[in-house]
Design a protein around this ligand. Structure first.
Ligand code: AGP
Length: 598
């Protein structure tokens, strides 16, 4: 989704801004722009599409000497992805960039138009810079800050804003509410960004601005006055493709490594240890509600089966965007668990705020430390998947399910449901499941070949039972996200209640057939489809005579080992189909890595 960078200092500003924007590319965007203000000149460049288009546009521009600069990647919400709609937005002598949505922009625009302001774009953002210049007309203190504050107080909605003005060429005005914004200080100046990545290498001291933060920075030490200055983790391994064709492929291959990270220090023969969560955190809890979006929601659905089966605790799973407006009944004995890879998903964040308002205990399962969701929650379990660059989530899903599994065993142990032997079995099973995610290169080769048979047809059904049903949903989501083919996940026992009407030889059914969970039941369901001439591809360790194609996995010791093996197969299948169709796997059309609008 949209990204923000800013810089105050003497270094070549254009290079710093472009480099920062490249670090944000993985979040998804459709246009980009920068503004540099130095020597009294305000220079703005914008381009639709990739950052390289923007680089070409400003190739001859040099910005040495002291100055300020702001840069933005835009993911269109109000108005098409055009150059005019790209940020920075320009008024007479000031420029602004913004992440989020200004809900009352139309009324502000009307008032400003009556005062003679002319607007170029269809965006909500453009009103900010015009409003600032309007208030500047009677800024008593004449330092710009009063006018900026008045501007911000008029805005309703979510925002992270950076604004520069020719009248105050040494500073960047900033404001934050709902959208992330970080400011850092390094040896070469002051830096802003909407996430950590662009700051690494430039600064190790940062402040994650809180909602309501409003101010300005120049190079005169305001940074040192800020509270909560934190160190920025510098040795975070930057995701590079390391020889893989796509980040998504690399991320599938590294799942066994990151899953080990997830369990490390938490799972041992002695017990489960959840750092930063006290045992009494779970006291009095008799029910869990899990809330999330997309892939994280599928992880949550998988978690329900684990929590109910292992810890015998009633668990509800809700989609965040539905939950928010459904006037949900919330009980104080309910633990509210939010799951998010990015930690910035607007719907999940708002659902979390609702639960807090209702005095529920909240727990975040998240991949990004210091993200908005982490900071808002009472407790957190980090998934430790590392930076995930592919828009289609893979390793984050794997680690989310693993955390939910660890949580189930932890709660089962505390409720004295799991005796020592059962506990030991669970730990062994986790280790086996992690091993099962190591990609078998021969299997991958087979999937590459097989994928050519699944490029057409009129759709896919991914079917499974029990915890393999959310896995089927996830398999379908992966395929549709990157191949743009229609795919649906369905509980296999439910096919005969309607969808079976669609079955013919051009309907592809991918059937998840674990040997250790309801095998005979799903076998009958698949037979019913085979009898109606569906084209069937089974994933399992058994030969299944009625299948058109079989993807044979190693027989696992239990259903969770099979779950993780099949997860990898589904991810690779989606990847290979999408590659054959010539799609950009890492940045699929219309999608964003972090969905910060509702
Ligand atoms: C995953 O492949 C998707 N791109 C998407 O569904 C994602 O899981 C969803 O937007 C939630 O994101 P989050 O985990 O960062 O909250």
């Amino acid at each position: 989704m949209c990204g923000i960078v800013g810089y105050i200092g003497k270094k070549e500003k254009k290079e710093i801004l472009l480099k920062g924007l490249k670090e944000l590319e993985y979040r998804g965007y459709d246009s980009a722009g920068i503004t540099v203000l130095s020597d009294g000149e305000l220079k703005t460049f914008k381009a639709v599409g990739r950052i390289c288009n923007l680089e070409n546009k400003c190739a001859d521009f040099i910005s040495e000497g002291f100055g300020v600069g702001i840069g933005h990647t835009r993911w269109a919400t109000h108005g098409k992805p055009t150059e005019v709609n790209a940020h920075p937005h320009i008024a007479d002598f000031s420029n602004v960039i913004h992440n989020g949505i200004i809900e009352n922009y139309q009324e502000i625009k009307k008032l400003l138009e009556q005062k003679g302001h002319q607007f170029l774009s269809q965006t909500d953002t453009e009103v900010i810079v015009h409003l600032f210049e309007e208030y500047l007309k009677d800024d008593a203190e004449n330092n710009g800050f009063e006018a900026f504050k008045k501007t911000i107080f008029c805005l309703k909605g979510a925002y992270a804003i950076l604004l520069v003005s020719k009248k105050y060429p040494d500073r960047i005005f900033y404001a934050k509410n709902g959208s992330p914004l970080i400011v850092g200080k390094g040896q070469t100046g002051i830096f802003f960004a909407s996430s950590d990545a662009p700051l690494i290498g430039y600064t190790d001291k940062v402040v994650y601005l809180e909602d309501g933060a409003i101010g300005y920075m120049d190079d005169n030490g305001q940074f040192d006055l800020l509270k909560n200055i934190k160190s920025l983790e510098q040795n975070r391994a930057f995701a590079q493709k390391e020889g893989f064709r796509y980040f998504m492929e690399k991320e599938i291959y590294e799942q066994h490594k990151v899953l080990l990270e997830t369990v490390m220090g938490r799972v041992s023969e002695e017990g489960i240890y959840l750092e930063s969560i006290e045992d009494r955190f779970f006291e009095g809890i008799d029910e869990i509600t899990i809330c999330a979006c997309g892939t994280s929601y599928h992880a949550g659905m998988s978690g329900k089966y684990l929590l109910e089966r292992i810890a015998k605790i009633k668990t509800n799973v809700v989609i965040a965007s539905e939950f928010r407006y459904s006037e949900p009944i919330m009980r104080e004995k309910e633990l509210f668990v939010v799951i998010s890879q990015s930690g910035e998903t607007a719907d999940t964040l708002e659902a979390l705020k609702l639960a807090k308002k209702a005095h529920l205990k909240t727990l975040a399962i998240c991949n990004v430390d210091n993200s908005s969701i982490v900071r808002e929650s009472d407790a957190v379990i980090l998934t430790r998947a590392g930076i995930e660059k592919g828009v289609a989530s893979t390793k984050a899903f794997a680690t989310q399910v693993m955390v939910l599994w660890i949580l189930s065993v932890y709660m089962g142990r505390h409720k004295k449901i799991l005796d020592n032997q059962c506990f030991k079995n669970q730990v062994e099973s986790m280790i086996a499941a992690i091993r099962a995610t190591e990609v078998d290169v021969k299997l991958h080769e087979r999937l590459k070949r097989l994928s050519k048979r699944y490029l057409h047809g009129h759709g896919f059904f991914f079917i499974g039972r029990d915890i393999f049903y959310p896995l089927a949903l996830e398999g379908a989501l992966k395929l549709k996200e990157i191949s743009y083919l229609h795919a649906e996940g369905y509980p296999s026992g439910e096919m005969k209640h309607g969808p079976i009407a669609l079955v013919d030889s051009l309907l592809f059914t991918v059937a998840l057939m674990p040997r250790h969970l309801l095998y005979e039941k799903i076998k009958s369901n698949v037979e019913e489809l085979a009898a109606r001439d569906a084209t069937i591809c089974t994933i399992g360790s058994e030969i299944f005579e009625s299948a058109d194609d079989m993807i044979i996995i190693k027989e696992g010791a239990d259903y969770m080992e099979e779950f993780f093996s099949m997860m990898v197969v589904l991810q690779l299948l989606a990847l290979e189909v999408a590659i054959r169709l010539g799609n950009d796997v890492d940045m699929p059309r219309n999608l964003a890595k972090s969905v910060t609008v509702e």
